[in-house]
Design a protein. Structure first.
Length: 223
């Protein structure tokens, strides 16, 4: 997929130099996957936030996107993407579209991205952004992410962008048994930990990747 991102470059704090500073920061924090870094450089993060705060788009900070939701820190997006890409997935399911930024990053790294959002306002906004940029391999759904997307399963990888006490069983079932990787923030004793699960025909392998801070994974849908 070829997209001309130059028309989204902008000026000032949304310029190419701002993106390069962000990439240098990510490298300094240990992100080493060159493809992930290049995509992070290409994707115009500022168009996923309101224009009033676009000057902060390339800082390593979470920013509000409405409905008490946020666009995650670039570092956590890079880290989660790097972990996900370690399994070389082709078809990825994202639970929690949010601003659409994480799905956009993944769209340049995998064949197909399926993304579910439970807040209709955010679903519509992100869908419009995908159309504006010209992504052809992102498939959106307004639904309760806890149920996954059965019709499109199994998935090579599933990424959950909200914190849960337990990973929904439906997501485990929709994960491929051929080294499918699921990545999710999990709450334990008042803290959130980034947890990966690799699924095979013989069982599961789990790993913790540090402490994170995400909004809670909720059930149902809302305007």
């Amino acid at each position: 997929m070829t997209i001309d991102f130059k028309k989204f470059s902008g000026t000032g704090m949304t310029s190419d130099s701002s993106r390069l500073r962000l990439i240098s920061f990510l490298e300094g924090e240990g992100i080493s996957n060159k493809k992930v870094l290049e995509v992070m450089r290409l994707i115009p993060r500022h168009i996923f936030v309101d224009e009033a705060i676009s000057s902060k788009a390339y800082d390593n900070t979470a920013l509000p996107i409405g409905k008490s939701q946020t666009i995650s820190h670039p570092l956590i997006v890079a880290k989660m993407t790097e972990i996900l890409m370690s399994s070389n997935p082709k078809r990825v399911l994202e639970i929690g579209t949010g601003s659409g930024y994480q799905a956009a990053i993944l769209s340049l790294l995998v064949e197909k991205v399926y993304t579910i959002e439970r807040i209709e306002l955010l679903h519509n906004k992100s869908k419009n952004i995908f159309k504006k940029i010209g992504f052809k391999n992102i498939y959106t759904k307004f639904s309760d992410g806890n149920s996954g997307w059965t019709q499109k399963s199994p998935f090579d990888a599933i990424i959950v962008t909200a914190g849960a006490m337990d990973i929904p069983e439906a997501l485990i079932e929709q994960l491929s048994e051929d080294n499918g990787l699921l990545l999710s923030p999990i709450e334990n004793n008042g803290k959130q930990y980034l947890k990966s699960i690799i699924k095979t025909q013989n069982g599961f392998t789990e790993k913790i990747h540090g402490i994170v801070n995400f909004v809670p994974l909720l059930a149902g849908v809302t305007p």
